[in-house]
Ligand binder design. Structure first.
Ligand code: GLV
Ligand code: MN
Ligand code: MN
Length: 387
């Protein structure tokens, strides 16, 4: 399976992945998912928000046990964030079938749409729409860097954007959700464990800062006559780092756009995106409030995800089932967190990442650890299917 998808959306210059939601690479990955489902005789359903579900058994009779993840990537991302969970889901199902397992309840494999929010700015778009925490009108109007709205992009991909929105029926099919994911830190390295189980996801969000000034000639405009928005932006980046250290949180300006983007012109507009996260919501909120005040920019909140504490009984049960795996918190967002917040009992299994690097082509997991992840996933699914 890995060999069939590793070239899709890969930038051969950098080895990084460009798998924006609804891009040609993403559409090919979705097609691959359909084929893998068909090869196994699973019943493939696409919900009104573009999420894909491959079912063994009928979840309208009884809510099922679901596993899976996403196939889109951040820009220049790694191979594992998302796809490891989907490939492992199919592999775990194969392992269970090879052992003669017959599920006592439906078993589903999910592929969530646009988890990263690389294209339209809102992460976990598919699960947020499914659960109703994202307003479909707002989603339809979100635009990508080309200025194309999600509604237009969906129409071009042959979908009806008017269908977007909370999908109670599909959500009702998910009795429990278990997402396997590459670890995006080095906790498991330090604990000398190939797999772990998630305890919590930090509260996190994204904010857009627009710094406005006056575009002008770089040679003829005296310094004292300039209104250069690059300067407050630069000061705000430094302040974000300082405030994060002071507040015990993390803050990142990882994306910005300069307009008009000429080497020989003072810019007229700098738009920049702040990603802020931390163990305590109040500390994250305080950092954002400080930067809004300090920057003088026009600021709009693009997404917010409150803290997620995964179901304690479920996570302890899975940790015990897979052989006493360590339980750890993460600063990364996941569809499992969105489902958990919507009341679906959810859990996550992490696979060790030797360097901890993620959202980068350097992201990695050893094959033996990936196999340990599949075994852990199969064991946990088997146990969950019994209840
Ligand atoms: C998703 O990977 C995120 O945490 O941004
Ligand atoms: Mn990611
Ligand atoms: Mn992910």
């Amino acid at each position: 399976m890995w060999g069939a998808i590793e070239h899709l959306g890969r930038d051969d210059r950098t080895r990084g992945y460009l798998r924006d939601a609804w891009s040609p690479a993403d559409l090919e990955l979705r097609q691959w998912f359909r084929q893998e489902a068909a090869r196994r005789g699973l019943d493939l359903r696409e919900d009104r928000n573009g999420n894909l579900w491959a079912w063994w058994g009928d979840p309208s009779e009884r809510p099922g046990v679901v596993t899976g993840s996403h196939l889109d990537s951040v820009r220049q991302g790694g191979a594992f964030d998302g796809p490891l969970g989907v490939v492992s889901a199919f592999a775990a199902l194969d392992m269970l079938r090879a052992g003669g397992f017959e599920p006592g309840r439906p078993l589903g494999i999910a592929c969530f749409t646009d988890e990263e929010g690389a294209r339209f700015g809102v992460p976990c778009m598919g699960s947020r729409l499914l659960t109703g925490v994202l307003d479909p009108d707002r989603a339809r109007g979100l635009t990508d860097d080309e200025g194309d709205s999600l509604a237009e992009v969906l129409r071009r991909a042959g979908r009806d954007p008017d269908e977007l929105g909370r999908d109670t029926e599909t959500l009702g099919h998910v009795g429990v959700f278990l997402e396997l994911h590459v670890e995006q830190g080095q906790d498991l390295v330090h604990r000398d464990a190939p797999v772990g189980v998630a305890s919590a996801i930090w509260p996190h969000g994204r904010w857009r800062f627009d710094f406005r000034g006056q575009a002008n000639h770089a040679g003829t405009t005296r310094l004292e006559d300039r209104d250069d928005p690059m300067l407050p932006f630069a000061r705000t980046v430094l302040r974000a780092r300082e405030a994060a250290e002071r507040g015990g949180v993390v803050a990142t300006f990882g994306k910005f756009r300069v307009s008009p983007n000429n080497a020989n012109a003072v810019p007229g507009l700098v738009s920049a995106w702040l990603d802020a996260r931390g163990g305590e919501e109040t500390a994250v909120r305080a950092l954002v409030a400080e930067l809004v005040e300090f920057s003088g920019a026009e600021v709009s909140a693009e997404s917010w995800t409150p803290v997620v504490d995964f179901d304690v009984v479920l996570r302890e049960r899975i940790a015990a089932t897979v052989g006493g795996a360590p339980v750890l918190a993460t600063g990364a967002g996941h569809d499992a967190g969105i489902l958990a917040s919507a009341g679906v009992p959810s859990a996550m299994v992490f696979v060790r990442n030797p360097t901890g690097i993620s959202h980068s082509p350097e992201e990695y997991a050893e094959t033996a650890d990936c196999h340990a992840g599949v075994t852990a996933l199969a064991t946990a699914l088997e146990d969950l299917c019994r209840s």
